[in-house]
Design a protein around this ligand. Structure first.
Ligand SMILES: *Cc1c(COP(=O)(O)O)cnc(C)c1O
Length: 231
């Protein structure tokens, strides 16, 4: 069942790449497993997926402890500074950095562990009140400050587009995120790389791929609906 879901999503990713004239290898499909049990994750793992996304540190570290070592765990949810200490060695990429204070805590913790940390800057492109993330107009200044931190490496940008029934309505936000990355890259800043664009979820990942996503984060489309009451 989950294998079929995953294979259907993977085919849609491949088709969106073909439509956009992109190679399938340019897009990483992150299976968002929040609230889902290890048994479900293993089923998707056995279908060939190695990238999984969690939005809570505790859930990520618990699953890290019981699931195969070759899983790449992505932290995609809002991160509190007091939780950073649990992350070194357990996550391949933090998608949700949106303040200098948080980046400085990551620097302190990873420097102490003698490790480096790859991050994305979360941008609230649509400027929704309810969302975390920095405004597009503030990203470059924040990136330059974070770039001074030797153990923190900015790999690109992430956004959570508005919830919508019509994926086309999010195209402008994906395009804006991509343009922002292009603009920043053109300044060739030190210790800032804009190769990764994490954008697109179950409802809109194909449009995101057409607009340049390199990472799509798909939960419901693979694992089914989440039930927050039970989990
Ligand atoms: C839950 C979540 C997703 C996946 O959402 P779906 O609509 O279930 O695909 C993607 N990104 C973030 C940041 C999330 O919290």
């Amino acid at each position: 069942m989950l294998r079929e879901n995953y294979e259907a999503v993977d085919r849609r990713v491949a088709e969106a790449c073909r439509r956009a004239g992109r190679d399938r290898s340019e897009v990483t499909l992150v299976a968002v497993s929040k609230t889902k049990p290890a048994t479900d994750i293993l089923e998707v793992y056995q279908s060939g997926v190695r990238d999984f996304g969690e939005n809570k540190v505790q859930e990520l570290t618990e699953k890290y402890g019981v699931l195969p070592d070759d899983i790449r765990w992505h932290l995609i949810g809002h991160l509190q500074r007091n939780k950073v200490k649990y992350l070194p060695g357990k996550t391949c990429l933090i998608h949700s950095v949106d303040s200098l204070r948080l980046a400085m805590e990551i620097e302190t913790i990873y420097a102490a562990a003698d490790m480096e940390c790859d991050i994305l800057l979360e941008v609230n492109v649509a400027e929704e009140e309810s969302k975390y993330g920095v405004k597009a107009s503030e990203v470059y200044d924040l990136a330059k400050q974070i770039a001074e931190l030797p153990h923190v490496h900015i790999r690109g940008l992430m956004t959570i587009a508005p919830y919508t029934e019509d994926p086309e309505s999010n195209r402008k936000y994906f395009r804006e995120l991509r343009q922002l990355a292009v603009d920043i890259q053109s300044k060739k800043p030190h210790n800032i790389c804009m190769d990764e664009l994490s954008m697109g979820m179950t409802g809109d990942f194909e449009v995101a791929i057409e607009e340049g996503a390199t990472i799509v984060r798909v939960g419901t489309g693979i694992f089914g609906e989440r039930n927050y009451n039970i989990n």
